[in-house]
Design a protein around this ligand. Structure first.
Ligand SMILES: Cc1cc2nc3c(=O)[nH]c(=O)nc-3n(C[C@H](O)[C@H](O)[C@H](O)COP(=O)(O)O)c2cc1C
Length: 192
């Protein structure tokens, strides 16, 4: 058995869809238990969610990219994680991250880098996508890893697209594959 926690914020529902794809990927791995922890609009989590995070083998961080970084609600959560930081409660847990934004680039890699830094402050072990980029002439949003994220899963939701329309199929599959990868690795770690 391994336990995977997905902790994320979503302002308007697009990153929520990406998080659901991550969850589907992790939940499809035999022996994986998945906790879905959504940070609320005030940047808070219930106490039970902090307990779930402390018990997890792997934590996936998710946030939309707002103004070139994670949303302030995610940062509030990150600052509150100084409490488990004091006791090294997340040390040696796997970590990974995903973000969604409107532009093809939109500086969303800054958000992934922030997640990486947070994970390293906690002494976690970072897991990237492990995916090749889909960067040929014929490639587009229906392809896996069209945004070419190695450090984390990145999706594009055009500013005028509803969460029913975006992130699009390739980005959701990319997120699903990240969730699956983290759960598979967590399973290997749990076996020792
Ligand atoms: C305050 C704010 C700042 C934003 N900044 C960026 C940005 O820096 N780069 C970008 O590509 N999109 C940016 N966007 C667009 C959002 O990332 C995009 O709408 C995303 O799909 C929202 O995800 P959500 O529905 O989970 O909140 C911004 C949106 C808002 C509301």
């Amino acid at each position: 058995m391994s336990s995977i926690a997905i902790v994320f914020f979503s302002g308007y529902g697009h990153t929520l869809k990406q998080a659901e794809a991550v969850k589907a990927g992790a939940a499809g791995v035999e022996g994986a238990e998945v906790a879905f922890l959504q940070i609320d609009s005030d940047g808070n989590l219930p106490e039970s969610a902090w307990e779930t995070l402390a018990a997890a083998d792997a934590i996936l961080f998710g946030s939309p990219t707002y103004m070139g970084g994670p949303a302030w609600q995610f940062k509030k959560f990150a600052d509150a994680s100084s409490r488990p930081w004091f006791t090294k409660a997340w040390k040696d847990k796997l970590a990974a991250g995903f973000t969604n934004s409107a532009s093809t680039n939109g500086d969303k890699y800054s958000t992934i880098q922030y997640f990486w830094t947070l994970s390293q402050q906690h002494g976690q072990i970072w897991v990237g996508t492990g995916l090749l980029p889909a960067n040929g002439k014929a490639n587009g949003p229906a392809d896996v890893n069209w945004t070419a994220g190695f450090g984390g899963a990145m999706s594009i939701s055009p500013f005028d697209a509803s969460p029913d329309e975006a992130p699009r199929s390739g980005d959701l599959e990319t997120a699903r594959l990240l969730g699956e990868r983290v759960a598979q690795l967590a399973g290997r770690f749990a076996k020792g």
